[in-house]
Structures are given as structure tokens and as C-alpha cells.
Write a protein of this length. Structure first.
Lengths: 109, 589
């Protein structure tokens, strides 16, 4: 089949003697998954937690120093700020991880 | 200078700018045309993505929608931003590393099947057309309201412009015009918001205005809660709908955002995997500037509406009420014949206003207070006022008594938002046709030059079809937008995520999963929106989830079908195993 042949050409069998390399890559990907998992927990907690299911309860307090009911603030302001911060944290974490495992694009010509 | 003169000036200047950029950055190869030669800076790509993403609906409609929905409007705020976290963490870096041109490219290669690629192509084209129709309509509305030309002529002008820069420039031209369009639209959105914030909350930062303590020891939100409850609408800051349904809609919009092909394709245009991650962050930052301002505009305009209209006699009402009544987006039916506007929950009459005309002449028929008469049937409620949700952003400058150039700026911003989104979608349609259908399936041997030509023809054809839908919109445009998100959430998102994170997922599993997800979601939406619209209420919904939120369940159906079928059939081949290895590592392995 044409598609399978194309995939085969693009991803040839690797050279022998690179098994060590493969283990390193698996460790890198596992470390990546842990970071993704933790960040997505925070993502779900601020939006679905604070912004939706806990919002009616959180609304009994105000964001300190303002008249923003807390649950409403999370739903319409806070969660969005947290989303932006989460992505940039991931960028920084992965930049370090890429270097540590030698898979950074800068290390290659 | 009049509003109209200002509008002509600002719209003319911005259009000239877009055309100039398109000429400078026109595409010379298919790589230029599909992915801007993969040389876009992550910040520029972030801006382009933001403009691509924020449509006429975000710019014109969202703040108004939230102002009527109150707390429940959060589904759009979180739903249309939270998806970028999923994109940055789960999709963008891997698809960039995969490094070809389209979403169906990935689905086809990863699952080793033309069927999978075809399912993806059909979904991509359907989703994009659904979306683009709304944009062309938005262009038409802005033209007709501010330049007083016919909606059809407005759509044709918009079509001609998009045709010019999408067909000539491809992705490269689109990207740099979108950067300019982002700057125009965000400036146009913020200027009136800052004026309003100064008026209502004494601070130049709208995001702080809502919560800022006033001299009476109450914030604007607390005051609005008070007025709102008094009139029977319920507290503005408390959810009115069921939390389960609110969560389902939010999740469906997030997953749908992450699965929309015109958003995903933007991450193919940057140089490195690392840039794909950071450019998702920049995109969300630029989007967040508008999305955190919108709830402030919603509160300012809601407060203004509730403070100035209910209990006021029609003859004493502010001037903007009459202006928008003349356009047909506000209507008042004086049920109790007391000349005073009563505003309460519920519909003032059945359906959209149907204005009467004086027999024998073309002028509007007027009632005893001078209001335009409507012939709609009455409802049981006491409410007398109809306000179209779309007018909030467009009417704000007038309501706040801002200078004419601000009104014109808003018009130019609305056009920038609509045109930038339309161009991104048209590119997806054109690449689906020329790259996935022609080159990928029908004529694999096609030369680069002819493929580029085909891509341009396809983009041109798509512009014309989109324009026709904009001039003669089917009644169900709004209903099918829910459809686009539902489809993206139940087909693309799970198929791509499993393709990256599971080594075991294979062609048969992914294809049957996509088909099951699409069939389930489509059937649910068709049933409640078209076949039995009368039964579209919480008593009949499954799990209490409305058609807008059903994409989440569609995604679960996809997983539930795909995983067992993949487990029972052959694992993916050796080369595909290596493809999976390869996309998981940023550098060359």
C-alpha cells in the first residue's frame, strides 16, 4: 500500500547499537508525561473545580481587596490567567528536560 | 467628521494595509502556501493564531452573550481558552515534529489507511465551512450597519479581499496579514472598553473595574447583583443553569478548540518543536487580553441597560434605544399600554421581532409612544423589551457617548476579526482539497507547480461558496456551530491524542472510534436541534447534557470503541512504531 511504503521510507530501521539511545528516549518521554499530568491536574482544578463545581461555595468569599466573588472570579478571570501561566511553565520545564536528555534542537546542527 | 466618513477612512486604510502585506509576502511554493515555509517566529505565530481564532463571534457577539447569560457565560470564556493548554501539552509539539502539512496527513500516515485520511478530510472541510459562513455574515453585518451598503455588497467586498490575499499569499500571506489584523482588532476592542471602565469604575483597566470597591463600599458586581435580583433575573454572579451541563459545555468547547484544524495547522508553521510549545503560550496570552476584557464589557453594558431602561418612559429613553430600534435589533411592545418600558425575565413576544409597516407606504408603523410596532404573538410574561445580543459591542461606543472615531474603529476591528478567521479556514479547505484529496489520493504524481495551482483554485472556489452562504444564510447557522465543536471534540481530538500517546492504537481502532464518535454526536445534535426541537430541554437530555456539550460524551464513545477494537486487531507496523518514537522526541533521533 502506498501510504505504508511512504511511512517506511521516512522512518527507516535505525542503525545497530543504539539500544542505549532508545532507553534514554523512553525515560525522557516518561518524564514528559509526568509533567503533562501534573499541569493538567492544575488545569482541571482551576477551571472545572474552582470555576464551576466549587464556584457557588467559593462565592461566599471575595478576592482579597476587591468585591469580586471568588468563584465568579475564577470562572471569568482567574482560570484564564492560570491557563496562560501553565503553558509557559511547560515551555520552561521542557526546555530543561530537552537539554538534560540531549534531545534539544539547539544541540544539533 | 461623521461616523460614516471615519469608518470609510479606517476601513480603507486597514484594507490597503492587508493588501500591501499580501503582495510583499506572497507564496512561491506549496511549502510557502501550506505552512509559510515553516519560518514563522513563535510570537508572530501566536498573534496570527489569536487573530485566526478570534472570529466575528468573539469580537462582536461574545461580550453581549455573556452580558445576558451572567455567570453562565463562563462556558465560553473558559471553553475557548482552556483548549490551548491541551494544544500546547498534548498536540502541538508532536504534530510539529511530525512536520508535514495538514491534519489528515498525520491521521493517514499514523493509521496507515486512506479511509482514515478521508474521514479526516471530510470532517475538516465540514467544520471549516460551518465556521466560515458565520464570518462572511459578520462582514456583511458590519458593512450594512456602518457603511449603509447592502449586506450582499458587503459580503462581496469581503470575499474579494480574502480572495486576493488567501489565493495569492497562501499561509505565508495569511500569517502576516493576521498579525496586522490582530493589532487592529485588539486595539479596537480595548479602546471602548477602557473608556467604559473609566466611566463606570474609575479605573483604566477593565479587568480590575468589576471588582473595584466604589465610594459606597460596594463593587460594580455587587451593585449589579442587587439590581439584577430586584428585577427578577437572579444574581449576575451566580450560575443559573445546572453545573453538570455547564461543565460539559465547557469541556466540549475546550476539546473542540484543540481539535479544530485551522488552529492545529498554525503550529506546523514554526521552525522548531520548542517554538510550537511557546507559540501556543503566546497565542493564549494574546487571546486572553480580549477574553478577560469581554466579561468587563458585559458587566458595564448590563449595568447600563438595567440602570437606564427599566421603569423609564419610552419618550424619555436614551437616544441609542431609538437608533438600534430603527435598525431592527431592539423592539418594545407596550403590553400594559402605560408608555413605560418594563424589562423582566422571559420573552417579550414569540420569536424575532416582525416590524409592521404603515399600509401603503414604506415607513415603519408607530405606536402611541412613537415606538415601532411589531406583529408578533404575545407571551405570558410581563417583559416588554427585546434586545438582540449581538449589538452590545457595536452599540457600546454610542451608549457611552464616545467620539465618532471610536465607533469607526470598532467597525474596522469587527472586520479584521471576521476576515482573519475566514482566511485561516479557507486555507484548511484548500489544502484539504489540493493536498489531501488530489495529491494524497487521486493524483499522487502531481507536480509541485500544478499542486500549487490546484490549491489556489480550491481556495478561490471555497471563497465563492462561503460568500454565497453569507449572502443567503441558512437559518441554522448558529445551530451548526455547536456541531463543528462537537465533531472536532469527538473525532480529531481523540484520534490525534491516541496516535501520539498510544503505541497500540491502530487503523481499525482509530477509524471505528472516529466513526462511532461522529455518528453519536451527529445523531444527538440532529435529534434535538432539527428533528425534535420541541423536546430540547433538560428533562429529555441524556445525563442532563445539552447538544452543545455532547461532544464530551462523543469523545468518550470514541475511546470506548477504539480501544477494544485496537486490542483485538493487529498492532501498528514497524515503520509506524518508529514514527511514534520519532514524534515524541524534539531533536533528530
Amino acid at each position: 500500500m502506498a501510504t505504508a511504503a511512504r511511512v517506511h521510507d521516512l522512518y527507516p530501521v535505525p542503525m545497530a547499537g543504539r539500544s542505549n539511545h532508545g532507553q534514554n528516549q523512553q525515560a525522557y518521554f516518561r518524564a514528559n508525561l509526568i509533567r503533562i499530568f501534573i499541569l493538567l491536574l492544575i488545569w482541571a482544578f482551576v477551571s472545572f473545580g474552582c470555576g464551576i463545581f466549587m464556584a457557588p461555595w467559593l462565592n461566599q468569599w471575595y478576592l482579597p481587596g476587591t468585591g469580586y466573588p471568588l468563584g465568579f472570579w475564577f470562572a471569568q478571570q482567574g482560570s484564564i490567567y492560570v491557563f496562560v501561566i501553565l503553558i509557559f511553565i511547560y515551555v520552561v520545564l521542557m526546555k530543561r528536560l530537552d537539554r538534560r536528555y540531549g534531545v534539544s534542537e539547539d544541540d544539533q546542527a | 467628521m461623521s461616523v460614516q466618513a471615519w469608518t470609510f477612512l479606517l476601513v480603507g486604510v486597514t484594507f490597503a494595509l492587508y493588501i500591501a502585506i499580501a503582495i510583499i509576502s506572497r507564496a512561491r511554493s506549496t511549502r510557502d502556501f501550506y505552512v509559510a515555509d515553516k519560518e514563522v517566529h513563535p510570537i508572530a505565530n501566536g498573534m496570527a493564531t489569536a487573530a485566526d481564532w478570534m472570529s466575528a463571534a468573539s469580537f462582536i457577539g461574545m461580550a453581549g452573550l455573556i452580558s445576558f447569560l451572567g455567570a453562565d457565560g463562563a462556558v465560553y470564556l473558559m471553553g475557548w481558552t482552556g483548549g490551548y493548554v491541551l494544544l500546547a501539552l498534548l498536540l502541538a509539539p508532536y504534530l510539529r515534529k511530525f512536520g508535514r502539512f495538514t491534519v489528515p496527513d498525520f491521521i493517514g500516515d499514523r493509521y496507515e489507511a486512506k479511509t482514515a485520511r478521508m474521514v479526516a478530510v471530510v470532517c475538516a472541510i465540514f467544520i471549516s465551512f460551518t465556521y466560515v459562513a458565520g464570518q462572511m455574515r459578520g462582514v456583511g453585518i458590519v458593512f450594512s450597519r456602518f457603511l449603509e451598503v447592502d449586506i450582499a455588497i458587503g459580503v462581496v467586498i469581503g470575499m474579494a479581499l480574502v480572495f486576493f490575499y488567501a489565493v495569492l499569499g497562501g499561509m505565508k500571506g495569511i500569517t502576516y496579514t493576521q498579525v496586522a489584523q490582530y493589532c487592529v482588532l485588539i486595539f479596537a476592542f480595548l479602546v471602548p472598553a477602557i473608556f467604559l471602565s473609566l466611566m463606570f469604575a474609575d479605573t483604566a483597566i477593565p479587568q480590575l473595574g468589576l471588582g473595584r470597591m466604589g465610594e459606597d463600599g460596594q463593587s460594580l458586581l455587587q451593585r449589579l447583583d442587587g439590581i439584577s435580583t430586584e428585577l427578577g433575573f437572579g444574581a449576575y454572579t451566580e450560575y443559573q443553569g445546572s453545573l453538570i451541563n455547564i461543565a460539559a459545555i465547557t469541556a466540549a468547547l475546550m476539546l473542540g478548540t484543540a481539535g479544530l484544524p485551522h488552529v492545529i495547522i498554525r503550529f506546523y508553521t514554526v521552525r522548531k518543536v520548542r517554538d510550537a510549545r511557546s507559540s501556543a503560550g503566546w497565542a493564549l496570552l494574546f487571546i486572553a487580553i480580549l477574553y478577560t476584557t469581554a466579561p468587563a464589557i458585559a458587566v458595564f453594558s448590563r449595568t447600563n441597560l438595567l440602570q437606564s431602561i427599566p421603569g423609564t418612559a419610552y419618550v424619555d429613553a436614551p437616544e441609542w434605544l431609538g437608533t438600534w430600534e430603527d435598525v431592527g435589533l431592539i423592539a418594545w411592545k407596550d403590553h400594559d399600554q402605560d408608555g413605560i418600558i418594563t424589562y423582566a425575565p422571559g420573552q417579550p413576544f414569540k420569536g424575532k421581532p416582525d416590524f409592521e409597516e404603515t399600509p401603503g407606504s414604506q415607513t415603519a408603523a408607530r405606536g402611541t409612544s412613537g415606538e415601532r410596532l411589531v406583529s408578533n404573538a404575545d407571551t405570558d410574561g410581563t417583559n416588554e423589551l427585546y434586545v438582540d445580543r449581538d449589538i452590545m459591542v457595536l452599540a457600546n461606543p454610542e451608549i457611552a457617548g464616545l467620539p465618532n472615531w471610536v465607533t469607526a474603529l470598532v467597525a474596522a476591528g469587527g472586520l479584521a476579526a471576521a476576515l482573519s478567521t475566514a482566511a485561516g479556514l479557507l486555507l484548511v479547505i484548500s489544502s484539504a482539497v489540493s493536498h489531501d484529496l488530489l495529491k494524497g489520493t487521486i493524483m499522487p504524481g502531481i507536480s509541485e507547480k500544478r499542486e500549487l495551482f490546484a490549491a489556489r483554485i480550491a481556495a478561490g472556489g471555497a471563497v465563492v461558496i462561503a460568500g454565497l452562504i453569507g449572502i443567503w444564510p441558512p437559518d441554522y447557522v448558529a445551530a451548526i456551530v455547536a456541531f463543528a465543536f462537537g465533531l472536532a471534540a469527538s473525532s480529531f481530538f481523540p484520534a490525534i491524542v491516541m496516535g501520539i500517546f498510544s503505541r497500540r492504537m491502530n487503523g481499525p481502532g482509530a477509524i471505528s472510534g472516529m466513526i462511532a464518535g461522529i455518528v453519536f454526536t451527529t445523531a444527538y445534535i440532529l435529534w434535538f436541534k432539527f428533528i425534535e426541537p420541541g423536546s430540547n430541554n433538560p428533562d429529555n437530555w441524556w445525563f442532563g447534557i445539552s447538544p452543545e456539550g455532547i461532544g464530551v460524551i462523543g469523545m468518550l464513545v470514541n475511546f470506548a470503541v477504539a480501544i477494544p477494537i485496537a486490542a483485538l486487531t493487529k498492532p501498528p507496523s514497524e515503520p509506524v512504531q518508529r514514527l511514534i518514537e520519532d514524534i515524541r522526541i524534539p531533536g533528530d533521533s
